[in-house]
Design a protein around this ligand. Structure first.
Ligand SMILES: [Zn+2]
Length: 177
């Protein structure tokens, strides 16, 4: 196994042989795929990786040389980080920096812990809202909460995408109203 010390900490996007995005792996893992001819580099990142015998550009996007069949996870897990990522780390009520998770219809009144009922919120809005609904306060949500969908979510989860991956992932998010 080559001794590869990545110069950058970000991962690499792995595409299937058909160019379909599959997952994100460490730069080191991507380099090993390329060095073992299991993948070819499609887009370089920044910097050079050095091993005992090789020097190769940091891979940013690699494509597998053989097609792999992947069972897809269609459901995005509901986690604190995933909720923040979906909502862009902004409060659903005032658009300030989000620090907490709010249940739109309060849990104390039977609101479910589900994608459709959770939003990122700042501490102030969350505290002010308490166990009331937005309607009772005359507040409006900037967008209707929903489970995240799409290829970017399946591949990236809550990870921030590298701009170099945009050609392969549909990264155009619908703008919040
Ligand atoms: Zn707020």
């Amino acid at each position: 196994m080559p001794d590869i010390r990545p110069t950058v900490g970000s991962g690499a996007l792995v595409l299937n042989a058909t160019y379909e995005p599959l997952c994100v792996v460490s730069v080191r893992r991507a380099a090993i795929l390329v060095l073992s001819a299991k993948a070819v580099c499609v887009a370089d990142g920044e910097g050079i990786l050095h091993s005992a015998r090789n020097a190769l550009p940091v891979p940013s996007v690699v494509r597998l040389t053989r097609f792999v069949r992947v069972p897809y996870r269609t459901h995005v897990g509901l986690s604190r980080r995933a909720i923040f990522a979906r909502d862009g780390w902004r409060c659903a009520y005032c658009r300030g920096p989000a620090e907490t998770i709010d249940h739109v219809f309060p849990r104390s009144r039977g609101g479910p812990h589900a994608w459709e009922n959770v939003v990122a919120a700042c501490a102030r809005c969350n505290h002010t809202k308490g166990d009331k609904t937005p309607a009772e306060l005359g507040w409006r949500l900037h967008s209707l909460p929903a489970a995240p969908k799409g290829i970017a979510w399946r591949v990236l989860g809550h990870r921030a995408p590298d701009p170099r991956w945009a050609d392969w992932l549909d990264l155009r998010e619908p703008e919040a109203a």
